[in-house]
Write a protein that binds this ligand. Structure first.
Ligand code: ATP
Ligand code: MG
Length: 426
């Protein structure tokens, strides 16, 4: 029993004292058995949802039709779900009906993989009717029952399989591997939001590159409801076939979107293809913006790093920071350092220099510039116009590069000079 399970024990005890059965199930049991940190604790019980609700004062009827009640206990929430079976899977996903049952074996039977179909009882003993422990011991991933049938019931299980293979360093048993290869076209029935959620979870594990390798090897990428842009698809296939495109060690990055950017750069995805893929996956615009910005920065900066053009590099870097912002630039530095050689990685010494340059920049955005468009208009007695933003940008760059102090009178002086040169007569 883990500490998290001990904290949840009063719920199990209460249900059991009232004459019901209650056990820990799902991912928490799997992770506890593997000695890994446990996040969400799920409890399964023979008690019906209304009986559960009657026993616990603080609860939320999260999904009553599926038998799920969220119980709040000492500030933490637990999902308590009535033993159930599922049937009538429609369109290769959610079941059309669930039936509450009294048998734990039946409840475990509906679960996807043997390692997810174990329970831990109040005593701490593991109940394992489908031999999940043996499969874990052999580092194998196996469906509960017939793999083909189980993947056809719910095609999302194929992506879950790939995620578990990667996260736990498993191999699929032959029947599961056949099942994945034969049923991958059913992924077309899965909404892209759910695909995205699984990909995010794959990328959030300690070893995302393993899940991505399984995704490529199984060919699942090719059958999303909305297709992966074709050039990118070809790269993924080439990489799955062992031809180059070694994936960076994504687990070294802390930030999820840095991992996305590093994966896309490893595949040498162009900005257009990357954006298209992320839009199809329905990532929020803000995340798409950040990821694509990292790719843009890479496209602009990496070639200068390669040629060793230090002056050009400095100028492009300052411009990049001003254009895309300090935050995105900081993320890109993390990403670029872990790339493999084919993707033009940033050597540590250069990364250090760029970080320092960024840190020492006296101004990093227009907001920080000691002069506004209005100030310029007055100082130069000119009508408002596009010249203002052009001049502000040039002043910003000059201040950022340390060519002029970020003080109003110095900036005005410079703008008068430029104005007399006549560069801003639009
Ligand atoms: P994690 O929470 O680490 O992502 P998990 O296995 O706990 O992994 P959840 O989505 O929290 O995944 O589901 C809890 C349990 O419900 C699973 O362990 C499994 O027993 C069952 N389960 C979840 N999704 C499915 C599915 N699509 N088909 C069959 N069983 C499922
Ligand atoms: Mg879980």
């Amino acid at each position: 029993l883990t500490n998290e399970m001990r904290a949840a024990m009063p719920l199990i005890e209460k249900l059991e004292t009232e004459g019901h059965e209650a056990v820990f199930v799902g991912g928490a049991v799997r992770d506890a058995v593997l000695g890994l940190p446990v996040h969400d604790i799920d409890i399964a019980t023979s008690a019906l949802p209304e009986q559960v609700m009657a026993l616990f004062p603080k609860c939320i009827p999260t999904g009553l039709q599926h038998g799920t009640v969220t119980v709040v206990h000492e500030g933490l929430t637990y999902e308590v779900t009535t033993y159930r079976t599922e049937s009538g899977y429609e369109q290769f996903r959610k079941p059309s009906s669930v039936a509450f049952v009294q048998s734990l074996d039946e409840d475990l039977l509906r679960r996807d993989f043997t390692m997810n179909a174990m329970a831990i009882r109040q005593s701490g003993s593991v109940y394992d009717p489908y031999d999940g422990l043996a499969d874990i011991g052999q580092s194998r991933l196996r469906c509960v029952g017939n793999a083909g049938d189980r993947l056809q019931e719910d095609a999302l299980r194929m992506l879950r399989a790939v995620r578990f293979l990667g996260a736990y360093g498993l191999r699929p048993v032959p029947s599961l591997w056949r099942g994945l290869r034969m049923n991958k076209a059913l992924l077309r029935h899965i909404a892209m939001e759910r695909v995205q959620a699984e990909l995010d979870k794959m990328l959030s594990s300690d070893t995302p590159e393993r899940a991505l390798a399984w995704l490529g090897a199984s060919g699942l990428w090719a059958d999303f409801k909305e297709p992966v842009p074709s050039r990118l698809m070809m790269r993924i296939q080439a990489s799955a076939g062992g031809e180059g495109f070694e994936m960076a060690e994504l687990g070294r990055l802390k930030h999820l979107d840095e991992r996305w950017a590093a994966a896309l750069l490893s595949l040498q995805a162009g900005e257009g293809d990357a954006r298209e893929l992320l839009i199809r996956l329905k990532l929020p615009n803000k995340r798409i913006g950040l990821i694509v910005t990292m790719l843009q920065l890479h496209a602009e900066i990496a070639p200068l790093v390669k040629t060793g053009d230090m002056e050009g590099l400095r100028a492009a870097w300052l411009e990049g920071i001003l254009r895309f912002g300090e935050e995105a630039a900081g993320h890109w530095i993390h990403v670029a350092q872990i790339l493999e050689s084919h993707a033009d990685p940033l050597p540590p010494a250069v990364a250090h220099r760029l970080s320092l340059l960024m840190k020492e920049m006296p101004v990093k955005s227009l907001k920080q510039l000691a002069i506004s468009g209005n100030d310029l208009q007055q100082a130069l007695s000119r009508k408002a116009g596009p010249w203002m933003s052009a001049m502000l940008k040039r002043l910003l760059y000059a201040a950022a590069a340390g060519e002029v102090a970020n003080e109003q009178d110095k900036l005005i002086e410079l703008s008068i000079l430029w104005n007399e040169e006549g560069t801003y007569h639009e």
